[in-house]
Design a protein around this ligand. Sequence first.
Ligand SMILES: Nc1ncnc2c1ncn2[C@@H]1O[C@H](COP(=O)(O)OP(=O)(O)OP(=O)(O)O)[C@@H](O)[C@H]1O
Ligand SMILES: Nc1nc2c(c(=O)[nH]1)N=C(CO)CN2
Length: 301
Amino acid sequence: MSERAPHQRHPSAAAGVHPAADRITLRGVTATGFHGVYPDEKRDGQRFVVDAVLHLDLAPAAASDDVVDTVHYGELADELVAAIERDPVDLIETLAERLAAVCLAREGVHRVELTVHKPEAPIAVPFGDVSVTVDRAAAPTRAVVALGANLGARAAALTDAVAAMAALPGTRVVAVSRWHDSIAVTETGPDPSKPGYLNGVALLDTALAPTHLLHHLLRIEREHGRDRGAHVERWADRTLDLDLIAYGDVTRDDPRLTLPHPRAHERDFVLAPWLDIDPDARIAGRGRVAELLAELRGGTR
Ligand SMILES: Nc1ncnc2c1ncn2[C@@H]1O[C@H](COP(=O)(O)OP(=O)(O)OP(=O)(O)O)[C@@H](O)[C@H]1O
Ligand SMILES: Nc1nc2c(c(=O)[nH]1)N=C(CO)CN2
């Protein structure tokens, strides 16, 4: 009965992570440090100058106009200075690695190009500057997205949504389930009188922060005609629904983004397609998806 997803494994899986063009550039952050191979350098200290190019998705901040959705460059500059001023190392390579880690610790930064200049280095001949640059990427996080539609061209909407997720910055689609037919579940239980759903699950590896990923999922829903008007009842019929089921092992209780999704563990239409593509799947705090589904189907819900 089920319509098939076009690919069990999405073609973008082979294409690698998409380069994101967005970046924040902070240059010339200067502080005194005591790094160097020679005892004089450890005793007297000297200026170190840092340039950082942070690669992160800037669309959520541009949409919200809220600094919490991006990297606050003033705070980052303070952190870089503190990292220059702390315990001395011999090499600017070591310092650059430390400073790159400071940048990658910021939510949403998926790549950093970081340069350390040492303009007063002990070089015997006249010179302009000496610097090292490291280029480091954040390890991507495995995210689980549930897809659903019960209005319009359902399979096309789900397939388009997978393509839209594959095009997100720093994101690749690792696997997509087949599409499962399911009865619409409403607040009062399954309702066969409503249009039936097609449901599926996609696994992504993404460098996007969880809130940034959700921002894009909601955008993709809107682009597929999802009606979120004030008149729309809870769990109303919909052209496309994208839920972020899990983001690594992250747990958070914010109503704007709760992780893992608070109702995923009780939904056959999430657990069954998820199991298609990850037999070992677990929901943090709930247990193995295979067991949750067996319990649900055994009626012990
Ligand atoms: N893990 C999550 N995934 C998706 N949306 C979430 C999540 N946690 C909180 N939300 C918030 O829930 C809001 C409403 O989402 P949505 O309209 O998709 O709910 P729903 O699909 O009707 O119900 P349900 O969340 O039970 O599937 C979103 O705008 C989003 O901010
Ligand atoms: N069968 C089915 N029922 C639902 C679904 C869904 O995706 N499939 N989504 C809902 C709200 O997200 C509400 N009910």
